[in-house]
Design a protein around this ligand. Sequence first.
Ligand code: FEO
Length: 173
Amino acid sequence: MLSKKVEAALNAQIRVEAESSQVYLSMASWAEVKGLEGIAQFLYRHSDEERMHMLKMVKYVNERGGHALVSDLAAPATDFGSFQKLFQELFDHEIMVSECINNLVHVTLEEKDYATHNFLQWYVAEQIEEEALARTILDKINLIGNDKGGLYLFDRDIQQLSVDSAASGTGPA
Ligand code: FEO
């Protein structure tokens, strides 16, 4: 059984994951309209992954005798300026999510909820991979600079980039 404190903290994280999904969906739509097809596909997939993170937590809360809440979400931005700025924002967003997960883990220790602590280790590992992926992308963007040919190749290659490929270092060059 979840304590009220852990339940509330998990519900707050459910909201963070749902908002992440919305942010990446909005980024995907912006990129698609700009003709950045590969980037858009990558972001649509990333949005789906965040929804999966949310659902996994919803099911856990309900399984443990809590009530997972679906709350209002903040509206995401609709204009991201440039693809460089967009990926910087994505990186910053993932750093923020990692902090939220860390705080959540801290609550489970305070509450001596070792089952939830264990459940959250998946998210801790996932955040390491997501940060690594975002960093890999920013490195690639720095290499491209303002080169149009480089952007063309980046937009093509990013479709194959995923959390798995970044973590194992086997993503496209
Ligand atoms: Fe579910 Fe990207 O954090």
